[in-house]
Design a protein around this ligand. Structure first.
Ligand code: AMP
Ligand code: ZN
Length: 141
């Protein structure tokens, strides 16, 4: 897609530090390097976000993630964990609107990276939890 920075990277119009490529995906170092080896895996097909994927493309992309994860682990034996993230839409911190998966190797609790899951379990009654689940379930096609 025109004016998409990641399409330009895939097409080699913009340089990148490539770590893997095949007919379906392109993987390269995230320029921010939140931690050493922070890598982005992107489908070669331009899709904006997760809402744009069909099952086949989702399978194609996720199928490549474990081998890139294992490559990171082998490349950096000091790695002790790995966060895998996918941001969708601006509110959820998406800043490049060509879908991508972040692989963020973790080395220490002091890494310049964090995720906070608030815990609101105490505020939810079982019937409210059931209503939420039912509402979603009705929409899964
Ligand atoms: P997100 O905020 O989830 O959309 O992630 C977009 C990521 O793309 C950010 O972490 C940026 O550091 C990264 N990024 C933006 N431009 C480039 C680039 N030219 N090469 C590598 N990474 C990039
Ligand atoms: Zn694109």
């Amino acid at each position: 897609m025109e004016n998409c920075i990641f399409c330009k990277i895939i097409d080699q119009e913009i340089p990148s530090y490539k770590v893997y490529e095949d007919e379906k995906v392109y993987a390269f170092l995230d320029i921010s390097q939140a931690t050493k080896g922070h890598t982005l895996v992107v489908p070669k097909q331009h899709v904006t976000d997760i809402f744009d994927y069909d099952e086949e493309l989702a399978a194609d992309v996720f199928a490549r993630i474990p081998k890139i994860a294992r490559a990171l682990e082998k490349a950096f034996p000091e790695m002790e964990g790995l966060n895998i993230l996918n941001n969708n839409k601006e509110l959820a911190y998406q800043s490049v609107f060509h879908s991508h998966v972040h692989l963020v190797p973790r080395y220490s609790k002091k890494d310049d990276f964090s995720i906070h899951f608030g815990n609101h379990a105490e505020q939810q009654k079982p019937e409210e939890m059931q209503a939420i689940a039912d509402k979603i379930k009705e929409q899964v096609k």
